[in-house]
Write a protein that binds this ligand. Structure first.
Ligand SMILES: Nc1ncnc2c1ncn2[C@@H]1O[C@H](COP(=O)(O)OP(=O)(O)OP(=O)(O)O)[C@@H](O)[C@H]1O
Ligand SMILES: [Mg+2]
Length: 362
């Protein structure tokens, strides 16, 4: 089985690491010369709009999947003529646009913070008048790691904010005073069966995910699964989907979905019976889904900008290091580590040991 992947970053790389033992081969299409997945498969070095190279990809693979959601709609439509694509074009169309995504949540009765479409500075001012401050202005498309968004705290922040985000279609969201952030990683097969991993607690700093801790029998697991199941069924979704939620007043408010394997699911590589990467590949190739059960306690810590010395990390008990092989750069995700333990207090000590190594490197 040969899988085409649009995008050749760390998610593509981890897909290949999971699929290779299953006899799968990978072809990545990515415009970056130094795409870090390229060492694990073939690399078609081309732009996402380059039909000649997209055709070349489609001709040599059994199916195509995606490692990011900002894929241009015409790329998906073009590929779909020649080869099955998972998840489907409609799932990508919705998930790449924050307004369509929020409208879908609302139509499925999934709670969301008040929001409004904003297509000009004037509309921003109207939206602020009805939603109030603080609020978050976000570009509808192309945002990631907190990029393409601005928190508006006081009236002075509103002036010029639309231009600051590039005069592009935006959405204004009420600022959610959440008590925590959680995500549910779920997978749905071609036959409509689905499974979910335990809810993950996520901590962000500067809009970038820093830490994910897999929970143990979270009281909101059932509710998160219910909301996710309705989205999966509505989109007739195939593959792994991540659903990010804000935890507030003992309930959940939807933040966003990612139609792909997700950073908050990296812990599943060592911390679950079958990883999110293997389960995504099982789903799209029509294999039975693997168990999503957790193996003890697990947490994942992201390395942003640089990776501490491997020898130091390897000295931490049950620490599994992933260096993506990317050039180190401020604000860039270049690796992560997952720690496992039978006991959550020990897990905290392992995390503290890694934090010390990260601080020493800065
Ligand atoms: N309406 C909001 N109220 C409060 N905090 C918010 C709101 N929207 C976003 N945030 C904070 O900013 C983080 C990033 O926002 P969001 O998930 O929308 O963007 P993103 O760039 O797609 O992020 P990622 O790529 O990490 O998923 C959230 O995880 C949350 O911590
Ligand atoms: Mg997010």
């Amino acid at each position: 089985m040969k899988i085409g992947v649009i995008g050749g970053g760390q998610l593509g790389r981890m897909l290949a690491l999971a699929g290779t033992p299953l006899g799968m081969k990978f072809v990545f299409l990515d415009p970056a010369q130094d795409a870090c997945a390229a060492t694990l498969g073939e690399h078609i070095h081309a732009d996402y709009h380059d039909h000649e190279h997209l055709r070349q990809l489609a001709d040599q693979v059994d199916m195509v999947t995606f490692e990011f959601e900002s894929v241009p709609a015409d790329t998906v439509a073009f590929l779909s003529q020649f080869v099955p694509v998972y998840p489907c074009a409609e799932s990508l169309r919705i998930a790449r646009d924050r307004l369509l995504e929020k409208n879908l949540f609302r139509s499925l009765a999934i709670p969301v913070a008040p929001f409004a479409a904003v297509d000009s500075q004037e509309e921003l001012e109207q939206a602020v008048a009805s939603i109030g401050l603080p609020a978050v202005l976000k570009t509808r498309t192309l945002g990631y790691d907190g990029k393409g968004q601005k928190v508006l705290r006081e009236p002075a922040d509103v002036a010029g904010a639309f231009a600051e985000l590039g005069n592009v279609p935006c959405i204004l969201e009420d600022f959610v005073a959440f008590s925590g952030e959680v995500s549910l990683i779920a997978v749905r097969g071609r036959d409509g069966t689905s499974k979910s991993y335990p809810l993950v607690h996520n901590t962000h700093r500067d809009g970038i995910l820093r830490l994910s801790i897999a929970s143990h029998q979270h009281p909101l697991q059932g509710l998160a699964e219910q909301y996710t199941a309705s989205v999966l069924a509505h989109l007739d979704y195939v593959g792994v989907m991540a659903f990010e939620f804000f935890e507030i007043d003992g309930g959940l408010k939807a933040n966003e979905i990612a139609p792909r394997v997700h950073n908050s699911g990296h812990w599943t590589i060592e911390g679950a019976e079958c990883s999110q990467f293997e389960n995504h590949l099982r789903a799209i190739t029509g294999l039975p889904l693997g168990s999503t059960a957790k193996l003890g306690e697990s947490a994942m810590i992201n390395f942003i900008g640089s990776v501490p010395a491997i020898a130091d990390l390897a000295a931490v008990a049950d620490c599994h290091v992933h260096d993506y092989g990317k050039a180190f750069k401020d604000g860039r995700k270049v690796g992560h580590a997952t720690v496992r333990s039978i006991d959550s207090a020990i897990l905290q000590r392992q995390l503290a040991a890694i934090s010390v190594l990260m601080a020493a490197g800065n």
